[in-house]
Write a new protein. Structure first.
Lengths: 273, 273, 273, 273, 273, 273
């Protein structure tokens, strides 16, 4: 069960409100790299967690932290919208900076939300929950979470570079820090479970007889004019220690597909039957 | 530039066509764990790749392989739809197994595609390209790719368990094998770049002064009735070697947010102004 | 069956075409507060109406009126796009106002529609029909309709504030007026059915034994640092007259959830089994 | 800032797990009538609340409660998936009830989530955040919230009718009860603000000179073969007390629209220029 | 401006209500091949029509007819839902045909709409307006319309084959007929404008100097193991009479792309810079 | 099976990078008129092709060509993003042209992709695969393909008009040319199959007794104030040679719909029962 404290997890200060930055900042709320995504992803993973309880607890506690991130970012967006232009008056249209803001801000910040945050990204696309990745496999889920946090820290770093508002920089430096920890945290689970050697291939419970092992460790080239790019993945021991990497030239092993004629009841053209 | 050979990368054989399995199999084509996703994800990452050329090449070659996976899976779906029931005739309605198939198959396999594969998942939702993760940061992208392949191998394993058609099991064992390699391949890039120690935190180019380092290495508890779940992430050296893990009880560090009164031109209720 | 008259329901005049305003105006066509939504919502409610015929008739007649609103708004968008810049010529790029328009207009007004209205909102997101709320319960539907019209009138008021084009202001004042009536109209149905006392709780046909009545009339606090915000909802008679409002401190009444181990056939990691 | 207690807000018990009911139950999590929607809607309304603080507090506290509803419903879905069929073995295919379940369950409960809840509705469509209605106008928002709770209670009542599992009926009776309160709660705000008379038309801050008042209080007929359906909305005082209802036969007041010829640079056919 | 007559354009009779057929039938309402799509597509094309008025009139009149198709199909869905099972009672679960229907029907027909039509397709996906194709080019639009009607008649033919309900067959035979006319109607515009010779290439107003004519009339082979499939498109006069068809072996004419190093402010990994 | 050559199908040169043009150009990648759409549409049509093999081959070869178009357009977008502004520094905000670019570019080109192409359109909406039209009917599919190429050439022509960058104009002139061929190519299939006379009505395999032929060849008027717009479609032989065109005044042929009372178990209001 969830509870709430009226104060924010971190302080939000906006020295120079900027409605265009408000639009950009939305990416951290409703973007695929944003906080709604991780809050919901960790929540659904926690609700579906099977196996050692501590992973469930960890997921739920961090899901809860992410909800608090939505909250302070939402406040930051609203503060950036203070003073946003809401009219296309004649002289405004003649001031090119105002014109640029009128064109550059998210119109729905004026029209739909009344100058506050929305669950959308920086181009106004609403977040959709298909981005909540939760497979029931802890290895896959930890990678998904580390991915989300890597994307999140990339985004926060770019937002940091974008603004020169001291308050916003301060808040973003906190986000950058928490994303550092969260990346570590999910990858630490993989370490704890034995690292790549034990965890890979995911799922590690798939019986070997379900796998065509002769195809499991070669890099398949598909280039007509280049060889395989060489690296850790073309030779040497595989990360899971089960085999060795090699290279194989891709070539068709299957048939030319054919579906024959169309069925009479399938509303094809008669020439297809 | 792309080219094509008429034969499939792998042979497809369906011994007992099953339209309900066709519906399930769609998850491997148009699901977020499916082949359209990885083909397009690697393609867009390749097109945006900056830095060492070999990663671009690797991405493009595997993108090309994944296109071939779409192709043979598409053929598998079509073969499973041979003989799918396309009528609700009276006696059919009385045969409960036929009734179950009529209810259980994807109606659009009859109505929209004329008995062939569609770019949708197992519940008929079309794939949408927001799931193509490509950040321009090779660390984030490699994790995203390993995630996608982990999800893919989990899915292929579940499909393998679901069917008892020998042809389908054979094809899926190939997919399981290639997903093994692809997981390895992307994580091997991280190894090559120095492993977690060098790669984390992602992006590793964010200047330390952009990060509130005092918040970067503690697990933040948010539970009212439980302590931090202990593990690799609560004590000991951080994975990037920059610091040590610790635990900190979550508590509000910010203000209670307040937006004050509504603007007269914002169409709020007058009681809000 | 529907019919059409070539003239618009209301006159549309645009004195100073403005492609950025055209983008904003799209919210009234394809936004969730827009006319496609209400036209389709009332149509589907009418088609599913059970019970007294007059409500079906009312819904269908107003659905028909809303179709006419789409039509004149579509004309308004097209007229605002007259003269929209369709080239990035060098000198244009140097004129900051032209640059602002090129950046600020909806690119698809140039690229996709050829300077006319689209069924999208002000950030270009196509309307999707999941926003057609029609439950088959007349109480729920009337509230949904009043909500839609409230959002519509908020939007029209904001658009009115945004423009200083006399023609557009005139058209919007008509929309504001019709939204006034439509708000009234749907809430008047609730009045006619006996007001809150008779209509609530929706559905009023749910047998009392299906409801854990001891949980039906208290405000549940979930704040750790604040009491319940006091008001009409914390004490006094409930709006349906069935009970009295009270306040209760939220606390867990359920178990700590546990799903145990993962199934062997579920492709979890072996550590979860 | 948010916090969490490991126990559920309400107890969840499933006597006879039913994967088809699990699919239906998803509507209460990820449907437009479901808990993610209200949790997020109240959260975003709270974050954008301007005016009296107590409404912000109320919204935030109930948002927090709704998060807890997601949590116990998620557990209920997982418990209903215990024992869900994950294989299409030959004899299974011959048992029509198993066949019906294999066709009738959500395939992604097997393939994607590993037997746990997902943020999707009963047909597997992921929740998308465009359904978070938050206008910044408290009147519009309270109606939107009452609508959401009306839809929620309609849904919970239907789910109650659908199952005969005693544990599920008990849990749903709690949901029905809380939806009763939440309907009351939001409408009580409208009462407190003075009822329809004071609150309507929403927004009540739109200056009268922005409204073509002569069109504000008539029911507009658009039927060719029927008169206006008579009721509270065709005569008598308007709900806001500002005017009287009347009826007016719809007829075109505008021009026949004409856009003239296409621009040469607009890639129309030459016959259009 | 639109008007309405209470009677349907065509009679709807359902002899044996079938909730699974109701689900299939939804494809004709909210599918991409369905009536909402064509109604809205023709409406938006009409609203954006430039050039000869008669095409605008034709579009608007047929848009209006399609609205009437939505209406009678909506009634057909509702009639098919009469008697749909809304409970999972124990004995029902033992009757495999009822079980099949419970699994096979659209759950939202029970849970969300209360036994009536929804603006969704046969797998429950809501129609989204991105499928409204309206380019402002009459040639492109007429092809889009003929495509929509071809898809519509394919669908109606498949639905006809699927049912053995005499009433439904009668209604579908009317739809099949109207789709015949509508296909003709849009292609007749192309005939009237001079046929392929005059209309192609679309847009026919693109100046020849904007086109790299040397690439305009060859079939580009991309197969590694097959020649060009020969036909009307590999030799002989082009359909527009401007040139002759030929075949050319596809080969790269461009550079190997390279983006160089990443920018320091772009949050790439430092190894990319 | 697919293969790849490292060089692009066509050379890409950008003389003056322009991030706003990059945003516009995205329409040709991820728009409904763009290259992902046609690549995937032809691929799925090929995979489902039944009947003469040569059409399958043709579809697959052109699908492969379109993949190459995605690739060079993706490079063009990345090159246009060179030098895109990634900061809102104080003096930048004072330069109105920079301000216009900051507002006018796609924020996700900075925040999400790190200055490279994305699978989205010009307003940032990700491509969704519901736009892959593949019916299994070759007539319907060829029309869909001609439509896609008509839309594509309209788009390319508009982009050509929009830019004055010589490199971009050159690349677009190649696209315009290939779209010319592809339009021809798909329509040439219809010619080869016998033209409209043989191909229409689509599907031409629907038995005449499934069609209410008395409704198949009249233009149905629905205007209250205008006659049928006269043209090729109102009189003379039908395009399929089966009948003659005529005009008929639309009028209701069906009943007034009625659904009666609501079911007690349907959670309607009691007044509806």
């Amino acid at each position: 069960m969830f509870f709430h404290d009226s104060r924010l997890q971190y302080e939000v200060r906006v020295d120079n409100p900027n409605p265009v930055f408000a639009k950009y900042l939305q990416q951290a709320i409703g973007g695929v790299e944003g906080e709604i995504r991780v809050a919901m992803q960790y929540l659904f993973q926690a609700m579906g967690a099977r196996g050692p309880v501590k992973y469930r607890d960890m997921l739920m506690q961090t899901a809860t932290e992410e909800l608090s991130h939505i909250e302070f970012l939402g406040h930051a967006v609203a503060l950036n919208l203070e003073g946003a232009p809401a009219s296309m008056q004649e002289d405004a249209a003649k001031d090119p900076v105002v014109a640029a803001i009128l064109g550059g801000q998210n119109p729905r910040h004026i029209l739909s939300s009344g100058l506050s945050a929305m669950p959308v990204n920086s181009v106004g696309t609403p977040f959709d929950m298909s981005h909540v990745y939760a497979t029931g496999n802890i290895g896959a889920d930890m990678l998904a979470n580390a991915t989300a946090e890597a994307g999140g820290r990339v985004l926060a770093s770019r937002l940091y570079n974008l603004t020169d508002d001291a308050g916003m920089k301060d808040m973003l430096s906190f986000l950058i820090a928490r994303d550092t920890m969260h990346q570590q945290q999910w990858l630490a689970v993989i370490e704890e479970l034995g690292g790549y050697k034990a965890v890979l291939p995911i799922p590690n419970s798939t019986p070997q007889e379900h796998e065509a092992m002769e195809h499991s460790y070669y890099f398949c080239t598909t280039s007509l004019d280049k060889d395989a790019p060489e690296g850790r993945w073309t030779s040497g021991k595989s990360l899971d220690g089960r085999s060795k990497f090699s290279v194989r030239k891709g070539e068709p092993m299957g048939q030319e597909p054919s579906l024959g004629k169309a069925r009479p009841d399938s509303a094809a053209q008669s020439e297809q039957m």
